[in-house]
Write a protein that binds this ligand. Structure first.
Ligand SMILES: C[S@@+](CC[C@H](N)C(=O)[O-])C[C@H]1O[C@@H](n2cnc3c(N)ncnc32)[C@H](O)[C@@H]1O
Length: 234
């Protein structure tokens, strides 16, 4: 479903320093996903806000708050924001927060460190502290080129390789899962039963690169922003 956005660019179209670095690890890829996120006016805040309105006294958690651009816009009283550097309400790394946490949330947004390893930990922990019927959103599941996907970051915007978490979620039981085609790709998870079976595909996925993402993303249920709104409102 993303294939229609694929375009091939000449090598010279990319910054040379990034090409050289990527080539040294066989990670250069001349295909890009040509989507302009700014042309899709719905963003993470639209979907998260909509989900929070489904709950009385919604309990909201955000992992990775940075400048509070999202956190401050969420129309909820009971908000917890976790970030070791800035924003939110808890000055900790997500692992340390979850270690001592006892609170169960209705809506969670995972947008912390954008590596597969950290994001999957944040997602598994979030699912454990999410009410049945609750929503989990995950940012940056659609990297558009090898630079956005490269770990460590080559610049901004940076999605990292958190797209691999979507591969695992798409095979997990006890949740409904879609990726919204808006705002760098937003994972939409609804927890539908208490026991969620997170599908562990770490061994295969850890080795994969942006070129592999282009090959295997057809396994993911991508939806338009308008459809996501219908699904959340249901
Ligand atoms: C992309 S920014 C978050 C943006 C914000 N959610 C928004 O929508 O405007 C990522 C943030 O994650 C934070 N971060 C990095 N590692 C983290 C960790 N282990 N736990 C929690 N936050 C982390 C960084 O400090 C940074 O502020």
């Amino acid at each position: 479903m993303l294939k229609k956005f694929y375009k091939t660019f000449k090598k010279e179209a990319f910054p040379e320093v990034c090409v050289l670095q990527a080539e040294s690890e066989n990670k250069f890829c001349d295909t890009v996903i040509s989507i302009d996120w700014y042309k899709i006016l719905f963003n993470r805040i639209s979907f998260i806000s909509l989900a929070t309105q489904k709950f009385n006294d919604c309990k909201y958690l955000e992992i990775g708050t940075d400048l509070n651009l999202c956190f401050n816009c969420i129309p909820v009283i009971d908000k917890t924001g976790v970030d070791p550097k800035r924003g939110g309400t808890v000055r900790k790394k997500s692992d340390d927060f979850f270690k001592n946490n006892k609170k169960i949330f209705d809506v969670i947004f995972v947008d912390g460190l954008h590596t597969f390893e950290q994001c999957r930990k944040d997602v598994v922990n979030s699912i454990n502290f999410l009410n049945v019927g609750g929503y989990l959103f995950i940012h940056d599941l659609i990297p558009r080129n090898f630079m956005e996907e490269y770990v460590p970051p080559m610049g901004t915007p940076w999605s990292g390789d958190v797209w691999k978490v979507a591969q695992e979620l798409s095979k997990s039981d006890g949740i409904n899962f879609h990726v919204i085609k808006a705002d760098h790709g937003i994972g939409l998870v609804k927890k539908v039963r208490e026991n969620v079976n997170y599908y562990d595909d770490h061994k295969r996925l850890i080795k994969l690169k942006f070129k592999d993402f282009l090959e295997i993303n057809s396994e993911i249920n991508y939806i338009e922003a308008e459809e996501a709104i219908k699904i959340i409102k249901k």
